[in-house]
Structures are given as structure tokens and as C-alpha cells.
Design a protein around this ligand. Structure first.
Ligand SMILES: Nc1ncnc2c1ncn2[C@@H]1O[C@H](COP(=O)(O)OP(=O)(O)OP(=O)(O)O)[C@@H](O)[C@H]1O
Length: 302
């Protein structure tokens, strides 16, 4: 549905994005995750046809993002990272103008969205707070009920309550079969919302995976309590590669992926208690980001 293939866009200062590839399939909520300056907006601007790549191809459905930019800009629900609204207009005037441009008067979801995000659109845009402007941008991106959304840091400027409301809306849209690409630098948001994600660092994709696969990279630490110290020592001696540490009758066993070997290792040992601690997905992302978990060739996995 959304294809980014070997895209390079470099600026005169040497920054930009380099050989970026990923695919968003129909019905995905796809997270595009990276810190400030990683290249998220540069990629998204090319997807919306505002910028031409130096190399590579970007397409949405059957449309080429550069050549068919007007078509793409019409049917995609786009929320820019830096919202440039017509400052002297009132929110209502701006949204009505969009409704007219899209021939939607009376049929759009505008009023329901304004109610949902609880703001007063009758205020002049230049007098609105950042969060209010963001809400106007959200209404503008969602009101024509598009089938594809491209959202650049959509929760930026929203308070936690409104962030939750927005993520609920994304879940509902996904339930209606919509395809969503959203950039974020906030790990828990992507963990909670997306089914797949790409991680971008300094203009290059570090990894693309399903959330399920990213979760399987979580290291769990199991603290096993044996009946007595002799039993714990016997276990630690038998499985020195599995045991991270031992203290009296307890051992710590880190596990990544399958539990089979761990479960088998406990046979014939007298265990009285087990407690498990999981790495958060944010820690997994940070490991990937710092290359501890990245595939050795740094190729993305599609
Ligand atoms: N027009 C431009 N001219 C020169 N450098 C640019 C231009 N646009 C972006 N850059 C640089 O390219 C890099 C990627 O920027 P980009 O805005 O895509 O990052 P981002 O991941 O969206 O960050 P943020 O989360 O801060 O919005 C940055 O180093 C930025 O300074």
C-alpha cells in the first residue's frame, strides 16, 4: 500500500535520509520511530509529494508520490509535523474552507471530531495554543474519512487525556480497515498503537519488524528459588551458560525467545518459587537503537 524503496534525499549540509526502504501493508498501523532529526519528516514529506527524492521510489497504492502528488494530497489524511495553518482565520473558517475544497459540506465528520477533541474552533488560529492548533490539524486530516493516514508526530502538543483519545481514534480507524503510518519519538505510544514499526537513526533504517517480533526480543529474567543452596549450586554447575548469577538458593536466568531449554533444564531440580521480570519494549528499542539487537548486516527485515 505505502512503499518506500531505496530512497535517498540528502541536503547540502550532508543530512537527510539514505537508502530508506519499508512497506506499510493495507490495514497496518505502522510506527516510524526515531529521535529528533532522524529523518522521519523528510521521509513523510516525500511520501506526500512535497519533496523529490534524489534516488529511489515512493508510492501509495498505484500512485507515484512525486508524479501523482496532487492525487495523493487529495486522498491521504495528512497531519504535518509543523502545522502551518492560515493564522488570521478562525478555526471554523479554516475547516469550512477545507470542507468546501473537498466538496464535503454537511457530510464530513468535522463536527463529531471537534466534539470528541473538545476545543472551541471559533477562536482565531493565531490565538490558539499549540495543542489547539494540533487538534485543528487532526480534524483536517480525519474529517474526509480517508482510507490512508500519514501522521507526523500526531500526539505532539496534546495533553495525556487527549493523547489517549487520539490513540483510541486510531484503533477505531484500524478497526474500520484504514491504513496508518505515524511517526513518533515516543516508544510507549508505538508499542501501544502499532502492529509494525521501522526504527530510523541518522537517516538510515535500523530495523523494521512486527511488534510481535520486537516483543520476542525482550529479555526476561527469571529468578528461580531452589529448595536449598546445594540444589541451586548443582543447577548453576550443570548450566553455567544459562545462569547469570547465584545468591544462596536463588539463581537468575535470562531468557530471550523460547522457554524450552529453560523448562527442560529444571527437570530433576527441586524448585520452590519463580519470579519473572521483563525488559520493557522501550528497553528493547533502545538495545536495537544501540545496535545490540540489530541484524548483523543492518538490513531491514521486510
Ligand atoms: N531543508 C533542509 N535543509 C537542510 N537540512 C535539512 C532540511 N530538512 C531537514 N534537514 C535535516 O535533515 C535531518 C532530518 O530531519 P527531519 O526533519 O526529517 O527529522 P525528524 O526525524 O522528522 O525530526 P523531528 O522529530 O525533530 O521532527 C535533520 O538533521 C535536519 O536538520
Amino acid at each position: 500500500m505505502i512503499h518506500v524503496e531505496n530512497v535517498t534525499k540528502s541536503f547540502s549540509n550532508g543530512k537527510g535520509i539514505f537508502n530508506v526502504s519499508f512497506r506499510v501493508e493495507e490495514g497496518d498501523i505502522f510506527g516510524f520511530l526515531g529521535p529528533n532529526g532522524a529523518g522521519k519528516s523528510t521521509t513523510i514529506r516525500q511520501l506526500m509529494g512535497f519533496m523529490k527524492p534524489n534516488e529511489g521510489n515512493l508510492s501509495i497504492s498505484k500512485y507515484n508520490c512525486w508524479e501523482d502528488a496532487p492525487t495523493i494530497q487529495k486522498f491521504v489524511g495528512y497531519l504535518p509535523g509543523e502545522i502551518a495553518l492560515i493564522e488570521k482565520m478562525k478555526g471554523t473558517e479554516f475547516l469550512n474552507l477545507l470542507e468546501d475544497m473537498r466538496s464535503l459540506r454537511g457530510t464530513s465528520r468535522k463536527d463529531a471530531l471537534i466534539d470528541r477533541f473538545q476545543f472551541d474552533p471559533s477562536i482565531q488560529i493565531r490565538k490558539m495554543s499549540k495543542g489547539m492548533k494540533q487538534k485543528v490539524g487532526i480534524v483536517a486530516a480525519f474529517m474526509h474519512d480517508p482510507s490512508i493516514y500519514i501522521l507526523d508526530e500526531p500526539t505532539s502538543g496534546l495533553d495525556p487525556f487527549m493523547q489517549r483519545e487520539f490513540l483510541n481514534l486510531l484503533g477505531e480507524e484500524r478497526g474500520r480497515g484504514k491504513t496508518i503510518l505515524m511517526s513518533s519519538h515516543y516508544f510507549p505510544e508505538v508499542e501501544r498503537t502499532c502492529n509494525r514499526a521501522s526504527i530510523i537513526k541518522e537517516g538510515r533504517i535500523v530495523r523494521t519488524d512486527s511488534m510481535t517480533d520486537l516483543r520476542s526480543l525482550q529479555t526476561k529474567k527469571v529468578e528461580v528459588t531452589f529448595e536449598d543452596e546445594v540444589e541451586a549450586c548443582s543447577y548453576a554447575d550443570q548450566f553455567p551458560d544459562q545462569v547469570e548469577s547465584r545468591s544462596y538458593n536463588r539463581v537468575i536466568v535470562p531468557i530471550k525467545g523460547s522457554y524450552d531449554a529453560f523448562v527442560t533444564s529444571l527437570q530433576n531440580h527441586s524448585v520452590t518459587n519463580m519470579e519473572m521480570e521483563s525488559q520493557t519494549l522501550e528497553e528493547v528499542f533502545m538495545d536495537i537503537y544501540n545496535h545490540k539487537n540489530a541484524p548483523s548486516d543492518q538490513e531491514e527485515e521486510l
